[in-house]
Design a binder for this molecule. Structure first.
Ligand SMILES: NC(=O)c1ccc[n+]([C@@H]2O[C@H](COP(=O)([O-])OP(=O)(O)OC[C@H]3O[C@@H](n4cnc5c(N)ncnc54)[C@H](O)[C@@H]3O)[C@@H](O)[C@H]2O)c1
Length: 412
């Protein structure tokens, strides 16, 4: 098939290359001219395991452009950010991508929306635009939300199960034939609105359950109970699976998608409450950190990890940013260290410079590399040896032995 993919980001580009490798003729379209030029030169705009090799193997069937070409299938994978002043999804890119497809749409073509959207977007926003261009002729429309995780995108795109919602049965069936060319996981067909809802429910489930774990951690501290131990023990129950508390959630899915469900609803309560709890965790962390350095004049804290989760360089919506800003507003000096991240809003220091003369380390990200740090060598460089571990990842006894005063959020 001739397939045109709009949006060559973390989702659209790997999808394009997987389709090209499967033998389709793929045109990748992006409004970012720099990105298109880069791809034309054979350079990838971002790293993902296996992408370089896939790009090499798929090149023959893939071309990058800034404008849409008439195709059999159009896939929309453009961003759907949150307007954070209103907590309402911003559908500008989805609308403009649909407008770009409109003039090329012919009878029998299929449009698939992959971007994460509020329920009913395909029918209420996309369908009328396409009908306006096409005069209501015979095209197909489907929604297939993406579940792949950065850092393991290709593997998950190939092997995760996939949901496809069709405007009608035929739309879902044709979309299935497109994805079957590279997806090994099960493909489940449903209606278009259900598919939109499923994706949002998945991330909302995680957000609400993390909020519950965070609330348990806060109650644990109030009551003098080690919430981590209590959670471990509760999880011995065959039907209980409590998640880990932490400094708040980040990334552009879990911290955003729940708003896509609740923003149009007049009845939803738990979803926005969970958002509130998770977004307030940085305040909880900074309050604790402040208490820990109360007795020190002109204290310096060192943030370990600015990525929103372990072992990745992704800092989008990271709770570290709020922690740093709040701490600075409280008069604390802040230095950041992250062995995985190259670029961030704040200066990133080497490990040695980040801890030199510091009074307290706050572990914000659960990077594996933090577990390998030798506490003995750090202890000589710090002015005061204090740690707040918001992820409970450090080897407690080892750090204590090196003279550190250890604090874990959620511990008594
Ligand atoms: N990245 C993930 O891990 C992930 C996972 C699941 C779902 N999603 C969803 O997938 C969608 C895409 O996310 P992403 O991470 O790939 O975004 P991204 O920001 O990495 O890439 C989007 C690309 O679309 C381009 N673009 C914007 N408007 C366009 C238009 N009108 N025509 C063509 N290109 C246009 C941008 O220039 C950018 O290159 C979003 O809805 C996101 O929520 C992402």
């Amino acid at each position: 098939m001739n397939i045109c993919v709009l949006g060559l980001g973390y989702i659209g580009l790997p999808t394009s290359l997987l389709l090209a490798k499967a033998g389709h003729e793929v045109t990748g379209v992006d409004i970012d001219e720099g990105k298109v030029e880069q791809l034309k030169k054979g350079e990838l705009p971002f790293e993902e395991p296996g992408m370089k090799e896939l790009f090499k193997n798929a090149k023959e069937n893939f071309k990058a452009k800034t404008s849409v070409e008439a195709s059999d299938v159009y896939i929309i994978a453009v961003p759907t950010p949150l307007d954070s002043s209103l907590n309402i999804p911003d559908m500008k890119a989805v609308k403009s991508a649909t407008e770009m497809i409109g003039p090329h749409l012919s009878d029998g073509d299929l449009v698939i929306l992959e971007s994460t959207v509020p329920p009913a977007t395909s029918e209420n926003l996309i369908l009328p635009i396409l009908e306006r261009y096409n005069g209501g002729t015979d095209f197909y429309l489907a929604h297939s939300p993406e579940r792949a995780i950065p850092g393991n995108t290709l593997e998950e795109m190939r092997n995760n199960s996939r949901i496809i919602g069709g405007l009608d049965e035929k739309s879902a069936e044709i979309a299935k034939s497109v994805y079957s060319s590279f997806v090994n996981g099960d493909i489940h067909l449903t209606d278009i609105k259900t598919a939109e809802m499923v994706k949002l429910m998945e991330n909302t489930f995680r957000d609400v359950n993390i909020a519950l774990a965070n609330e348990f951690a806060q109650i644990g501290e109030e009551m003098g109970i080690d919430a981590w131990e209590a959670i471990d023990l509760a999880n011995e129950h065959p039907r209980v699976d409590i998640l880990n508390p932490g400094p708040g959630v980040g990334g552009h899915c879990i911290s955003i998608d729940p708003w896509f469900l609740s923003s149009n609803s007049t009845t939803s309560k738990m979803i926005s409450l969970a958002r509130e709890i998770n977004d307030s965790m940085p305040n909880f962390v900074v309050n604790k950190a402040r208490e820990m350095v109360e007795d020190i004049s002109n204290p310096t804290i060192t943030i370990f990890g600015v990525a929103y989760k372990g072992n990745v360089d992704d800092t989008r919506k990271t709770p570290a940013l709020k922690i740093i800003k709040l701490a600075e507003n409280e008069g604390l000096n802040v230095r950041c260290y992250d062995p995985y991240v190259d670029e961030f809003e704040y200066e990133l220091y080497s490990l040695e410079d980040a801890v030199k003369g510091s009074d307290c380390i706050i572990v914000v990200t659960d990077h594996e590399k933090f577990k390998e740090i030798d506490p003995e060598s750090l202890s000589k460089q710090m002015r005061n040896k204090r740690i707040l571990d918001t992820r409970n990842i450090l080897h407690y006894k080892k750090w204590k032995k090196a003279g550190f005063e250890m604090n874990i959020t959620g511990d008594e």
